[in-house]
Write a protein that binds this ligand. Structure first.
Ligand code: NAG
Ligand code: NAG
Ligand code: NAG
Ligand code: NAG
Ligand code: NAG
Ligand code: NAG
Ligand code: ZN
Length: 359
């Protein structure tokens, strides 16, 4: 309530200023670039974004097959359809599959079937999100042992989804999957993209896996990859870098990642953090920003907040994007959405409240 009261102080000033004027046009200028928080306008479907840099290039995918299988050595393979990725490890006793993205779907069975005749005996969930494990029930026939973090079990327990069977084995901190000659180390370092999102490491092959945190060669997907806890997401970059790996499987984009990709995205997140903090701490004139909305929506504090958050995010995005165009793919595409998530995070997860902080 304190927060709303303080906002009203700005509101009253803004109402005075806006009195007798129509600010519909100014408002529209801000709204036009806001692509997720309002219904899309006709022009949104034909926006021409900046060309992708070569850093974003995917592996070449056979269009007839619709998938690519890459041999990472020592029995480890990664699979991608150009948008999603996962991995599987062929052991002397059976196959360990990590994740089952539904877009890859049956093609994952073909990828494995064309690599080995051994059955899938283990299925590991990176996290509970359906777009990464919604193909899990395709393995029902071979009754794999499903392994996941305890948080993932809880999140899958209700509501139940037959396409995402509940894990049989859960753990809190660390768990080592040993099947035949393969070893896959699972560890949990707190919530980041989601609660329960795991780090995985295959020591013999020096391969790391972390899903939906780093997007190699690309700016993050919308809202920082739909991150549930941005401080944890930020810290996850350093945790990932602490593993001794050569390549990592990211869950998205049609290529693998390296430590360089992790370092680069870490810089992007830090830059966004600083720019959004700067926007919140006096980076724009709040009275001017929310005045027209306040005038048109008296007493509607949600409308005031929408105007405030939108301008904060757009100010942050405008400050950040130019530095990343040509460095990370599609830095312009979700610039607003990523800045919006960072502004929210700074406010409620980092306590950077700008004009709404304790006086
Ligand atoms: C793509 O895959 C199909 C089916 O396996 C195969 O016949 C074709 O030769 C492949 N194309 C290329 C360019 O490798
Ligand atoms: C484990 O066995 C599989 C199947 O024989 C083989 O492809 C793979 O290279 C082996 N990996 C290790 C780490 O020994
Ligand atoms: C091998 O891949 C092809 C093409 O994707 C598929 O039709 C076939 O069923 C696969 N074989 C096995 C044994 O999975
Ligand atoms: C897969 O198996 C689980 C039990 O392990 C079951 O609850 C689920 O309904 C099955 N899903 C499908 C789609 O067959
Ligand atoms: C952009 O953000 C940086 C912090 O990253 C800040 O120092 C700078 O003043 C901001 N520039 C503008 C134009 O807001
Ligand atoms: C914000 O803009 C208003 C005019 O819209 C102006 O009166 C006020 O001084 C500005 N505030 C700051 C801090 O610049
Ligand atoms: Zn996810």
């Amino acid at each position: 309530m304190q927060l709303f009261r303080m906002l009203s102080v700005f509101s009253l000033a803004a109402v005075g200023l806006a009195c007798g004027h129509s600010h519909a046009h100014d408002e529209h200028e801000v709204v036009a670039r806001d692509s997720i928080k309002i219904a899309p306008g006709p022009s949104d479907t034909q926006i021409q974004f900046a060309p992708l840099p070569s850093t974003a290039d995917p592996v070449t995918i056979n269009t007839t097959l619709g998938y690519f299988v890459g041999d990472l050595g020592g029995g480890v393979h990664w699979v991608t359809d150009g948008s999603y990725s996962n991995m599987f490890l062929v052991s002397t006793h059976g196959v360990i599959v990590v994740d089952a993205p539904p877009t890859i779907g049956h093609k994952l069975l073909y990828a494995i079937g064309n690599t080995t005749h051994l059955p899938v005996t283990h299925l590991v969930y990176s996290h509970f999100h359906a777009d990464h494990i919604g193909g899990a029930s395709l393995f029902n026939a071979s009754h794999p042992t499903i392994i996941a973090h305890a948080e993932t079990f809880s999140l899958l327990a209700s509501p139940r989804d037959p396409l995402r069977p509940l894990p049989h084995v859960t753990f809190e901190d660390k768990y080592t999957v040993r099947v035949g000659n393969q070893t896959l180390e699972l560890s949990y370092h707190g919530p980041n993209h989601t609660p329960g999102n795991l780090f995985m490491y295959a020591p013999a092959q020096r391969i790391a896996l972390l899903i939906d945190v780093v997007f190699p060669g690309w700016a993050p997907f919308a809202e920082l990859g739909i991150a549930s806890f941005v401080p944890g997401l930020t810290a996850a970059h350093d945790v990932l870098l602490s593993f001794d790996f050569d390549v990592f499987v990211a869950g998205h984009v049609g290529r693998l990642g390296t430590k360089q990709d992790v370092l680069l995205q870490k810089k992007y997140i830090e830059d966004l953090h600083d720019s959004c903090a700067s926007a919140i701490n006096g980076g724009f004139n709040v009275t001017t920003a929310i005045g027209p909305t306040v005038a048109a929506n008296k007493g509607n504090v949600w409308a005031e907040f929408k105007a405030y958050l939108r301008v904060a995010a757009q100010t942050c995005a405008d400050n950040t994007t130019s530095r990343w165009l040509g460095v990370l793919g599609a830095a312009d595409v979700f610039a607003f959405e990523n800045a919006y998530r960072m502004v929210d995070s700074l406010r409620v997860e980092y306590d950077v409240l700008g004009p709404f902080s304790v006086s």
